[in-house]
Design a protein around this ligand. Structure first.
Ligand code: AKG
Length: 299
C-alpha cells in the first residue's frame, strides 16, 4: 500500500480523474453495454427519481436522529458527535436490519427503475439481492479499495453493484472511487477464486494498489441525488475519506444485482433473513455500530 490511500493523506491531483458519464448511451443499449465492458462501470446521471432518493435519505437519517446521532433537521445529515443507539435499541443488528429494510429506501434500491437500468446492462432481466449496505459515513471515514467478486457472486453467472448516493456527495464528503482499468486484472481475481486462499486475495489487492501507485487513476464525481453508478464485480473500488467541513455524514446505499434467471438460493443474500457475507446478518456491517465509533471501513 502506498500512503496515497492512507487516511488523511492527500491524493495527488494527477491520480484523481472523472468518471465517464454514460447517460447519453441510455438511448442505445448496445453502446451502454460497450461502455460497461470498456470501463468496468457505467455512471448514469439523474436516472432515478430525485424525490424518492430524498425520501430514502430522510427515512434513514430520521432513524439515526432518533438515536441521537443526527441533528435536526435530519435531512441535512449533520452528525451530533454523540450516540444513544446502544442504550435505546438493544439489538444493534436488528436495528440496522430495520433501517436497511425501510420501505422508502427499498423503493429506490428495489424499484422498477434501477431494475430496468441493470437489465439494460445485462441485456437480460435483473434481480437484486435482498441484502444491501446502507453507508452513513461520518467525517474521517473512507472505504478501502476492494473488489466485490467473488464475495457477492454466490452461484450467479454475473453480479454488478449499484451504488446510489442518497443526497448530494461532493468530493469533500468522500464519494465512491473506482480504480481506472482495474477490471482488466481479472486473471488475478480468478486465481483467488480457484485457490480460495485469502493470501492470494492479499496479493491481488497489493498488486492493484501497486498498479494504482504506478499511475492508474482513482475516478470519482461530485454525485447528485438521482445518479447511480453500476459497476462490475471485477472493478476495484472504495471511497475517499469524508472531510466535510460542515460535519455532514455521507449517505449512500449499495445493492448487488444478478440475472433474474440465475439461482437465488444463497442464504447470505436472499430471503427474509439473509445471513450476510460473514454470517452475522446486518449486525456484521460496520454501519450497525453507533455512528462515530471509529470504523475504518474495510468493505
Ligand atoms: O460507499 C462506500 O464507501 C463503499 C461502497 C462499496 O464498497 C460498494 O459499493 O461495494
Amino acid at each position: 500500500m502506498t500512503d496515497v490511500f492512507s487516511p488523511q493523506q492527500p491524493i495527488p491531483a494527477e491520480l484523481l480523474g472523472s468518471l465517464v458519464d454514460s447517460t447519453a448511451c441510455l438511448s442505445d443499449a448496445l453502446r451502454l453495454r460497450q461502455s460497461f465492458a470498456e470501463s468496468g462501470y457505467v455512471f448514469l446521471r439523474e436516472v432515478l427519481d430525485r424525490a424518492e432518493v430524498f425520501s430514502a435519505r430522510i427515512e434513514v437519517f430520521e432513524r439515526l436522529a432518533q438515536v441521537g446521532e443526527i441533528q435536526a433537521p435530519a435531512a441535512e445529515g449533520i452528525a451530533t458527535g454523540a450516540s444513544r443507539r446502544r442504550e435505546l435499541v438493544g439489538d444493534l443488528g436488528a436495528f440496522w436490519k430495520s433501517v436497511s429494510e425501510g420501505p422508502l429506501l427499498r423503493r429506490v434500491t428495489h424499484g422498477w427503475r434501477l431494475r430496468e437500468l441493470v437489465s439494460l446492462v445485462f441485456d437480460a432481466s435483473a434481480r437484486p439481492h435482498d441484502y444491501l449496505f446502507v453507508r452513513p459515513a461520518p467525517v474521517g471515514n473512507g472505504t478501502d479499495l476492494h473488489y466485490d467478486y467473488p464475495f457477492f457472486a454466490g452461484r450467479a453467472s454475473q453480479i454488478v453493484t449499484c451504488w446510489v448516493p442518497l443526497g448530494e456527495i461532493p468530493i469533500s464528503d468522500g464519494p465512491l472511487v473506482v480504480v481506472e482499468g482495474s477490471h482488466r486484472l481479472i486473471g488475478a481475481i480468478e486465481l483467488m477464486r480457484l485457490t480460495g486462499d485469502p493470501r492470494t486475495f492479499a496479493a491481488t489487492r497489493d498488486a492493484a494498489y501497486q498498479s494504482t501507485a504506478r499511475g492508474a487513476r482513482l475516478l470519482t464525481a461530485h454525485f447528485q441525488p438521482g445518479d447511480v453508478i453500476v459497476f462490475s464485480g471485477f472493478t476495484m473500488h472504495g471511497s475517499l475519506d469524508n472531510h466535510s467541513p460542515a460535519g455532514r455524514v455521507r449517505l449512500s446505499v449499495d445493492v448487488r444485482y444478478q440475472p433474474a434467471t440465475d439461482p437465488a438460493d444463497d442464504t447470505r443474500y436472499f430471503g427474509p433473513n439473509p445471513v450476510g457475507p460473514k454470517g452475522g446478518a446486518y449486525g456484521e456491517q460496520k454501519a450497525a455500530q453507533p455512528l462515530g465509533t471509529l470504523w475504518t471501513a474495510q468493505w
